[in-house]
Each structure stands twice: as C-alpha cells, then as structure tokens.
Write a protein that binds this ligand. Sequence first.
Ligand code: SF4
Length: 482
Amino acid sequence: METSSPQTTGQKVFLETFGCQSNALESGHVASLLLKDHFSLAPRAEEADVILFNTCSIRQHAEDKVFSRLGQLADWKRDKEGRVIGVLGCMATSYKDQLMERAPHLDMVVGPDQYLKVPEVIRQASRTGQSQVLADFDPVYFPENDPNRLSQPHKAFIEIMKGCDKFCTFCVVPFTRGREVSRPAESVLEEVNRLAQAGVKEVMLLGQNVNSYGLPSFPVRKFNNGQLGEPSSPIPMDKETGLGLKSRGGTLPFPQLLREVGQVPGIGRVRFMTSHPLDLSDELVEVMAEMPTVCQSIHLPVQCGSDRVLKRMGRKYDVAHYLGRVRKLRSAMRDLFITTDLIVGFPGEAEEDFQGTLDLLEEVRYDAVYSFKFSPRLGTPAARMLNRVPEEVQDQRLARLNEKAWNHASESCQARLGLVEEVLVDGPADKTPGAFYGKSRQNRTVVFPGTGYRAGDLVKVKVESHKVANLYGTVLKTNCEL
Ligand code: SF4
C-alpha cells in the first residue's frame, strides 16, 4: 500500500490542459497551489486520485474532447471511493451547472477567477462527495507565478490583463473570461522583478488583447439573446462617463509597460501576446524597434482578408488598416517575425472573400499561420448567422490556404540558412538523440547537437538546415550573455 508523509494529503492530481498560453499559465498556477497545499502531481491519469481538465471553449473540437474524456471517466470514478473529477477554465464559465447535468459524476466546476479555492474544493469533494460549481468572475484576481515552482526555470508567462471587450461575433471569450480588466502595472513589475531574481531570463506578457492594456473601457454592448447571455463580470464603473474602468490601481499604456518590463535587470527577452490590429499603436512599434530586450516578433491575428467578412466578424478594422499596421512594423524592424490567425468558411464567405484572404497572405507572407475552419459557438451572434459555408467547401479552402501559408513559412526558414541565431536553451530534444533545442529571439525552435547544456544557457548557433518549421545548426559560441 502506498504511504503518505505528514506533509502530503496522499492525493495525487493529474492536470490536463487544453487551449492557449493563458491556460498553460493558469495550470501552472493551480499546480503550484496544489503543491503548496500538500497534494502531489501525477504524471499520468492512471496514477491519479484526482483528475482535473483545464478546458478551452474557443472551438467545438476542444469542447468535444473534454466531454468525451469526461464520459470515459464514469467507471474510473466508481471504482474507488474519494476519487474526484473537476473541470476548470473556459468551459467552467460557459457551461457552469450544465456540465454537471451532462456528466453527473463530475465533482467540481471551477472558473479561472476562483482557482485559489481549488485545493479546498477537492478536499471537500473527496471527503463528502458533494459537488460544487464556482464560476463567478473576480476582476481583482490575477494568477501569479511562484518563483520556487516554475515549470521552466528560465522563462515564465505573466498575465497582465484578462477578459476582452472586443466582442468579435464568432468569439466566446468575452463570455468565458468576462470584461477586460488590466492588472496594476506595479503588480506586474513586482512579479517580473521577483522572477528575474529567481533566474528567469525571458517573460511573455499575456492577455487577450495586450494592446488595449490600461486603456479606458467601452460600455457593455447588449446584442446577445443567446444562451450565454450578457457577460457578467463586475466591472468598476466611472460615475461621470458611465464607462467601465479597466483597472484597479495604476496602469500605464502598454508600450510604457513593455519598456519598463524590458528594463528589469536580468530580463533579457520580453515577448507579448495577443495583439489586436485595431489597438496596435505607433508607440508600441517604436518600443519594439528600440528596446534591445523586446523581441521583434508579433502575433497579429487578421482572421480574414475580406472587408465584407471582417465587418460581419465585428473585427472593427479593414484590410487597408491591417496592411498599414504591417507596413509600419516592417519598416521599423527588418527582421520582424510575424504570425497570424485565420478563419475560413465564416458564414457568408464567398469565393471572392476567400480570394481576398489568399491575396492578403501573398502580400504579408507570414512566418507562420494558425488556420481554422469556422466553429459556431453557442450564444455568439455568428452561430445564428445564415449562409453557412458547406463543410466540403471549408475543407477545400483550408487546404488551399494552408498550402500557400506553408510555402511562405518554408521560404521564411530558408532565409535563415547561414545566419547565426542566439538561442535560449530549453533542454534535450526529444526527437533528436544527442541534441538540444531552444528558442531564437524570433521564437523559432532551433535544434543543435551537444552535451551538458542546461535550460537557460545561451548559445549562438549557425543555421544549416530546416525541417518543417524548425531550424537545425551547430553551436559557434557557448556561455553567451543576454
Ligand atoms: S479580440 Fe475578438 S477574437 Fe480576440 S478574444 Fe476578443 S472577442 Fe475574441
């Protein structure tokens, strides 16, 4: 029989994460809360007493996977008393109690702003069998990294804002993550300083739209009679203007925050994600170009290359505005790495709209593209739109788009051949024995042969080949300084 030390609850938790970097950050946060509370982590579900899914609602496929995993666990739950199953993340706030109806063996549903309660909720569920749903928004709560329990010792994600006020017609985020709230700059800078003192060299500032960090909020738009209803996060309101205030405590405009983070001693690389093209200011471009610690890479989702479809998507910019922002970025930074998100088959997308997307790809020539077929999300305006594009047409368009995007990504890799990349080492390369891998300043994966490297080492690698999107080369210099 397995024994537990007085310092552990004896319960092992398996935490499976779906979705974006925010979820990865928050899973790390939940894991560190559990370890602090004397739980231990199980590497596999088979070894666990508690199984938690940190979920994503962005596409139907991600939700289907979770429902299927939940269904498979009904017998597992019955086999041993005290076992606990929980759902965290976006599905917790979008479905709430309905999750319990669909999976009656589920014990806990906990939304992103309630993670501090996760250890206690597990204990209660295990002891009493009582199920709980905690999915309220809390504008003040932001997860922070514990410098002693980082999943990687040399880099960290930092949440600087949460929620979104853009209300794109296809997107569920304003409902699952609430209204946009910026974290006080002082709190962000304190965390970055703490992490730098613990040896972290690279930070990624995260938010649904970091470019609107610290800006005044818009009034809530009342357009949705769908199942999800009005987003309900309690936003502090300005009495005079009636507008929501996005922050409590002081914030700075995002470019200034970026500048301050980039000046923290010990931090050699700063990245940020995601940028909405509407709020990408000239000042931000200047900071990216000027600050040596700010990496010259940007994820700038365009979603579509047709003004007609962009309008139906509620994106609030047109193709000309988007291309103008790209030109501004490229004229300031010759070595810029630029990626995007694209949706094909949005309701009403005609062949000429899709051709606009292909033309835009041709013009921008992205270094990488994340492409998706339209996925209707319950309760969003786009889910109720008519003129759905047939599935087979969506498939064909996705294939055409991916072929073009792939050619551009491949050309972009070829252009690196013979160059020397500064690589921050992440660890041994799983698929290439005797090799290590890390990230270049542009955030490309670089693989190189060697022995004895540790995560956080900085090396210079001459690029000799590329496979898929990865670069391969040999080390020219070790022990470099950021
Ligand atoms: S900007 Fe649009 S797509 Fe992005 S999170 Fe906000 S609502 Fe969703």
